[in-house]
Write a protein that binds this ligand. Structure first.
Ligand code: UDX
Ligand code: UDX
Length: 459
């Protein structure tokens, strides 16, 4: 039987659309996959050897499929591909709204709506439109009403197929997903999309639900993950004052199979493009249905994260600030700017809040990261008082204090015996990820403050 879907288009060549379509094209050589983006520079990068995003394993997947059944094109050229497509994924960004109703909380659907208009204008015959971006629950209603403006004989099905990949492990997550979720209103389009994933995902991992459950499940999955991080981070503060060790506590708590060991790493705070945005969207939706207690419950997950970032910056500042609290003349090494290791992504990275708080008190920062470009750092925290260091050594030279903000594996292997002499006397290392070699740091005669590890032992 001829598959129902032969030609696929994805609008949005970002962190989600690019890798997802590359894996689909790689796993399904008989499908024709076109990825469109408004941003021509991004498309040029996808067509070059310097891909626009860093993701382990991505380059190999792209090089196998690109030029065979995977192409990246600009939006104008993409119109003809939409006309020929059996299925169109919408994978554009859905940032938090900055103005109008729901500003600061609701997801901004303007890009999704403009994609729906583009599809309504160019689609021919029957097309399955698939929400890949994370949407607020009932966003499909908005898309449907726009698609209804298409010409005669042009029809659509709409599916919600949210992506659960995490950055840094995107290729592994796409190739071996815990689950694939497809929400829809009719069985035929759900089966058509499931048939694609079935080429490499076991049938029992492909879950199908109603549209609204699929949209909501994605928000809830991210909210639960973020909640675990805020939960353990709240306990990290309690560990510090009581003398307990948060890693020991997490290991014990996580050994209960009902709780599980994952996502219990205490940190300087969670970052990334999704957690805060999706929590705020969930909060906004709850408020808009009058569920103020539900909204307040999830708001606390956001607030705790903010508090943890500020708490970290203030602990770092305390021993080196003047009596008035100024950090003028103090140089602080920032090791890691990405929101987690193995990515060059800085969206909502905790480094932004930590650095801004230190800069506001007059500190000079020397920032190092293995993958983040100086431009990305400058666009988040400016250049005033900020020096970008090419190596960890260059960042550490002459530092009065050190903050480890990303868990890059190489930071765990730093040779503190050699580096200690480069730091100012009395400099303390504040480990926001609990990855530095504590024994080596102490042996080198340096001070160390780790998240959730108390100095005092209270019995
Ligand atoms: C994704 C999802 O879409 C988002 O909902 C989820 O919550 C996070 O992950 P992501 O792929 O990370 O977003 O976003 P981004 O890397 O910003 O990529 C979006 C791309 O869409 C950009 O390249 C942008 O140029 C493109 N775009 C945006 C269009 O092509 N057309 C538009 O109208 C708007
Ligand atoms: C997340 C979800 O994991 C993914 O399923 C969804 O599709 C998108 O959002 P991502 O933001 O890429 O993925 O990374 P994730 O690994 O979830 O980490 C998010 C943040 O939480 C990072 O800043 C990370 O350092 C932090 N984190 C994670 C902790 O501080 N402690 C942990 O135990 C786990």
């Amino acid at each position: 039987m001829k598959p129902l879907v032969n030609k696929i288009v994805c609008i949005g060549a970002g962190y989600v659309g690019g890798p997802t379509m590359a894996v689909i094209a790689d796993r399904c050589p008989d499908l024709d996959v076109t990825v469109l983006d408004l941003n021509e520079a991004r498309i040029a990068a996808w067509n070059s050897e310097e891909l626009p995003i860093y993701e382990p394993g991505l380059a190999a997947v792209v090089s196998r499929a690109r030029g065979r059944n995977l192409r990246f094109v600009g939006q104008i050229e993409g119109a003809a591909h939409v006309a020929a497509a059996d299925a169109v994924f919408i994978s554009v960004n859905t940032p938090t709204k900055t103005d109008g109703e729901g500003a600061g909380k609701a997801s901004d659907l303007r890009y999704v709506e403009s994609c729906a208009r583009f599809i309504a204008t160019h689609a021919k015959g029957h097309t399955i439109v698939i929400e890949k971006s994370t949407m607020p629950v009932r966003a499909a209603d908005r898309i449907k009403s726009i698609l209804a403006s298409a010409g005669p004989g042009v029809t659509f099905d709409i599916l919600s197929n949210p992506e659960f990949l995490a950055e840094g492990t995107a290729i592994r997550d796409l190739e071996q997903p815990d689950r694939v979720l497809i929400g829809g209103e009719r069985p035929e389009p759900i089966a058509a999309l499931a048939e694609i994933y079935r080429r490499w995902v076991p049938a029992e991992r492909i879950l199908s639900t109603g549209l609204w459950s699929a949209e909501l499940s994605k928000l809830v999955a991210n909210a639960f993950l973020a909640q675990r991080v805020s939960s353990i981070n709240s306990i990290s503060a309690l560990c510090e004052v009581t003398g307990a060790d948060v890693e020991e506590v997490a290991a014990v708590v996580g050994a209960d199979s009902r709780i599980g060991p994952k996502f219990l790493r205490a940190s300087v705070g969670f970052g990334g493009s999704c957690f805060q945005k999706d929590l705020l969207s969930l909060i906004y939706i709850s408020e808009s249905y009058g569920l103020t207690e539900v909204a307040a419950y999830w708001q606390q997950v956001v607030d705790l994260n903010q508090w943890q970032k500020h708490r970290f910056a203030d602990q770092l500042a305390a021993p080196i600030a003047t009596a008035e609290g100024s950090l003028r003349g103090r140089r602080i090494a920032i090791l890691g700017f990405a929101f987690k290791k193995d990515t060059n992504d800085v969206r909502e990275t905790p480094a932004i809040d930590v650095c801004r708080r230190l800069l506001a008190r007059g500190a000079t920062l020397a920032v190092h990261d293995y993958k983040v470009t100086p431009d990305s750092i400058a666009s988040e925290i400016g250049t005033q008082g900020v020096e970008v260091a090419a190596t960890p050594e260059a960042a550490l030279a002459g530092a009065d204090g050190v903050a480890v903000l990303t868990e890059w594996s190489a930071y765990a292997k730093l040779d503190w015996a050699r580096l200690a002499g480069m730091l100012k006397a009395g400099a303390v290392i504040h480990d926001g990820r609990n990855i530095v070699d504590a024994t080596a740091v102490r042996r080198a005669g340096l001070g160390l403050r780790s998240i959730g590890k108390g100095e005092r032992h209270v019995r």
